[in-house]
Structure formats: C-alpha cells, structure tokens
Design a protein around this ligand. Sequence first.
Ligand code: CO
Length: 138
Amino acid sequence: MQPIEIDHVAIAVEDIEKAVSYYQNSLGAKLVHRERIESDGVEEALLIVAESYIQLLTPTSESSPVARFLAKRGEGLHHIGWRVPDCAAALEEVKEEGVEVIDQKPRPGSRGTTVAFIHPKSSFGCMIELVQEGPAAN
Ligand code: CO
C-alpha cells in the first residue's frame, strides 16, 4: 500500500471538554470538527495541527471499545490514522501481506471518510486506521 500522510493521532480521554480546552488553550491546536459516531460508541473532537489532526475520543456508552480501552489501559494513545488514496485497495494489500485486520471491509468513518482498522497485534502494539478522504468508490 501507499500511505500518503499521517491523517490523525487518536487519544482516548475521560473528559473530552477538558481535553479540548487543554489542547486548544495550552497547546495551540485548533478545534475544527466535533462528531458523535453512534456505531463506534464514541464522541470525537478533531484539532488540526499543520496538515494532520489530533483526534480526542471519548466513549458514549460502556460497551464502546474506547470504554474498554480506558478501563484497561487508561487515557493515552489509542491509534494512528494513516491517510491512503484508496482504503479498500490498501486493506487488500495489507491482508495479502498477512497483516491482521479488525475490519475485513472498509466502513464509513467520521466527517465522511472511509476507514478500516489494523489490529495492534500486527503493528507492535499500535492500532492503525487506514483513512481515505470521502466515501468508498463502490
Ligand atoms: Co481515528
């Protein structure tokens, strides 16, 4: 596959309002997007830093994978989003390489993106999200 940019670095947080305020006021990141993603059980805040985002993520339900992450590991780095031109093609390529994936098929992400997750087991403990701008081609 051909990654073209770091799309975002996602950080799991307990109190998203507090985290947004800190990242904006103390670190100078600019808040550009808020979204509640019901299918993932999370609320996100995207703060832009140059061409990439810092994504603050907080669970909206106890069954959310992010709620389980926070309970097990506490706040901190959750995953890194790698921008790719074509999520479906990138996913097929990494699967052919034997990479363990979480999503067998791309699915809709926040702000109209198309995404698929690679298992942290395959990537030395860091979950990777393949992110394509816009909807899937087919
Ligand atoms: Co993400």
